[in-house]
Design a protein around this ligand. Sequence first.
Ligand code: FAD
Length: 392
Amino acid sequence: MKVEATIDLQTAATTIWDVTVVGAGPSGALAARQLSQLGRRVLLVDKASFPRTKVCGCCLNPRGQQSLQAAGLGNLVSSLGAVDISRLKVGSGSRQADLPLQGTVSLSRQALDSALVTAAVDAGVQFLPQTEARLGATSTDGRIVRLRQGKRHEELQIRVLVAADGVGGGLMKGSEVDSTVRENSRVGAGIIVNCDAAHYRRGTIYMACGGDGYVGLVRLEDNRLDIAAAFDRKPVKQAGGLGPLAAQILREAHFPEIPNLDRRQWQGTPLLTRQSHRVFAKNAFLVGDAAGYVEPFTGEGMAWALAGGMSVAQIASRAVDGWDPALGEEWSRVHRQVVGRRQWLCRALSRGLRHPRLTHATIRVLSQFPFLATPFIRSLAETATTIKSGIR
Ligand SMILES: Cc1cc2nc3c(=O)[nH]c(=O)nc-3n(C[C@H](O)[C@H](O)[C@H](O)COP(=O)(O)OP(=O)(O)OC[C@H]3O[C@@H](n4cnc5c(N)ncnc54)[C@H](O)[C@@H]3O)c2cc1C
């Protein structure tokens, strides 16, 4: 169901907000909700209207669910019909490894993200969708953010900004915390299809690894098949597009074909790279993918986003009473604790997956000794001890 705007552009621009959150994905929606619960006046802006699709494997690991629980939203995923995941099937060449998974669920981003925005609105957040934000100049009291809705423009004077605009947002472009782009970064691609293929079972994540990228598949709450992929850029052109390359990688990994996959309308992403040298600027905090993107594997991206959203709220709330660079340093430390230490695992896995021979050899070993993957999978999903509820 559509999440309606709770405010119009002009009223938003003439109101004094304690905190403006740009980006209503998991990190932004949860940060906004927690800030509102702390008694702050919060505006949540997103360029999309909700529900919206998002290129994503749609798997939420135990850590992500723990953040929701800590926020008092423990029933959210089950109330939306999330599917329990018990297996991960990884294939490369003719080899497939079948690994046990525990605690992860699959859930469409349309359902999850809309529910999080609704929870924020219920907590008192004002929501302004279909509005693009760009960072303007620094002012004496805070910062200027420019809002654009179609042809209409307004300027917003803000005290504190939470930048939760994801991997390709560009909100902070040209600012002191503009991110660097790695040339060899992959691009993301996704599509959700109605597919009867019995091979792709509910409760299993399928991951086909090829030399040019990987394709992940999972059944959603309504039984549609979510397909999300990360590809090297050149082979996309060579194969004739995102769909043809996905079909090719599935074939290479001996996964059953999905009818017309190469002819469907895929959603692509900008380069999957975002690395800022700092996760804060004056009066501004970066959170979620906007604070740094690392390729996720079994539900880490949203878990980091939710943990970040929870943790940033308390620090951002204190910044409303007056900016102090020490708050930025504090957010850097907390951010490192909440997400940084676990990201190296995904970085290592992502590098490994770029070497087809290594991937193939690993899957060959795991196909015979699946228990060898258990410590690794457990470590990725490990519950956080550092999540702060953000509520005084
Ligand atoms: C191929 C692929 C597969 C993935 N699979 C998984 C998975 O299975 N599990 C998992 O946990 N993670 C997965 N991820 C990662 C996950 O999607 C992200 O980590 C997560 O969505 C980050 O949340 P976020 O709130 O930081 O940003 P997002 O969810 O990206 O939200 C950002 C929001 O900001 C809005 N926005 C952007 N710019 C502006 C602007 N200038 N003005 C206003 N609004 C703006 C966008 O419209 C968007 O709604 C995957 C990612 C990819 C690419």
